[in-house]
Ligand binder design. Structure first.
Ligand SMILES: [Zn+2]
Length: 162
């Protein structure tokens, strides 16, 4: 049985009662699938280096969580700024990671509602492992595109972090 995640809209195997993240809101099956994506990357250092930044950022902006929770708001904005740094400014993943650390202080507003996501990590997992990197890139692009109402602030934060 499949269940739609209320945050990213992906269809995942239903895992009633299974654990989810502390502040990124998802269905249990969505979180389970995310850990499977991470496992693929952890077992291959080359893949990890090419994908992990985008994987973590894409998941975070697609799962903003409770806007009343400071960590949830911060997660959305700093991971969005990181996606902007890599995908729109063309910077290296390590630069985005460093920028993200500089942005980790301070408070952030509630994320605007997304416009919808054409691609999730369900699509990454459904693809052959040999094509993991290109699908992670498509996922990250779709995650950023779906957050269009936040783009101006992502750009401003990315600029601020430089
Ligand atoms: Zn989800």
């Amino acid at each position: 049985m499949r269940e739609i995640c209320g945050s990213c809209g992906g269809a995942f195997v239903a895992c009633p009662g299974a654990a989810t993240h502390a502040y990124m809101a998802s269905s249990p099956g969505c979180w389970e699938a995310y850990t499977a994506v991470l496992a693929r990357e952890y077992q291959d250092p080359l893949l990890f280096g090419r994908c992990h930044r985008l994987t973590v950022d894409a998941y975070a902006v697609q799962h903003p969580g409770d806007p009343g929770e400071r960590r949830a708001r911060q997660s959305f904005w700093i991971h969005g700024a990181s996606l902007w740094t890599v995908l729109r400014l063309g910077r290296a993943h390590a630069e985005a990671t460093a920028a993200l650390k500089r942005l980790a202080q301070g408070d952030f507003p509630a994320p605007p509602p997304p416009v919808g996501f054409a691609f999730t990590h369900a699509d990454v997992l459904a693809a052959p492992e040999a094509e993991h990197e290109q699908h992670v890139r498509a996922w990250a692009e779709a995650a950023l595109a779906g957050c269009a109402p936040a783009h101006a602030q992502f750009a401003a934060l990315a600029g601020q972090a430089e």
